[in-house]
Design a protein around this ligand. Sequence first.
Ligand code: PBG
Length: 328
Amino acid sequence: MLQRPRRNRRTKAIRAMVQENHLDPSHLVLPVFVHEHAEPHPIVSMPGHSRLSISAIVELGRRARALGIAGLALFPALGEDQKDTHGTESLNPDGLMQRTIRALKQQVRELVLFTDVALDPYSSDGHDGVVVEDRIDNELTVPLLARMAVAQAQAGADFVAPSDMMDGRIFAIRRALDEAGYYEVGIMSYAVKYASAFYGPFRDALDSAPRRGDKKTYQMDPANLREAGREIKLDEDEGADLLMVKPGLPYADVLRFVRQNTTLPVASYHVSGEYAMLKAAAERGFIDFDKCLLESLLCLRRAGADVIFSYGALEAAELLRAAELLAQ
Ligand code: PBG
């Protein structure tokens, strides 16, 4: 035999030498859920995650940063009494989201803060845009998103992250940020976001499931790949700084495609349902959570992710740190 690929896998040192892709905490972003109450409210479908108070989020931010995690993605869980059809609370300079951003910026400076721009956490309809007679109205929604982005920038967001999938919102947000003087605040666009059932546990976390209908008139059809090319081109032209593909592993082919068709950094979102599947299977003893988590995240890197949003970011960073200490 002339070819024996196993020679390059013979020892640990040889394997490390030829390893093609790496996972490091610096690539990871931890999504967190903030609420107004002092006590944590566990999210049943996402073991290990709870809605937390602002001060608990600051503590978590400190831990994440100490482990070398890049940043946090913030999602607010509001009471029903704070929601309305136009998500007005999202613009409140003293609202929950804005206070959380300010607290983190003051107390854990180096953490990169991604703030979600979409109506659903604030909307009594549970949709990402304004509902008019069962339609999601693009033109009524985009100016609200732009104002929401400015409110978040004002509070100290590093990257506003529109996850709403309205047309033309990146351009509107970029213009609004610049006009308000926030030309250094970036936009991480959820450019390629599919209408996925894997978001189920997230909607439990925020109690933000659509009250009527689904999100198929704005989020992409899981059957489509070519359309991803159209979405990323638009968002690039409109001024996005980072492009996201979401969900993660079931869409690894899309991630690869996007990586090959843009010069911008690409992020992948290992979403709530993916995390829940790992936890649930591990709880039943069917898989090893730690190993499957690290493998999932490494596979996303291999598929083309520069940045990975994952509910397992803290656990992954701890595992990577432990492995590093062991190697020394
Ligand atoms: C909504 C939003 C969703 C997620 C992030 N932002 C859910 C949705 O589109 O319904 C999902 C994240 C996850 O499942 O982890 N703007």
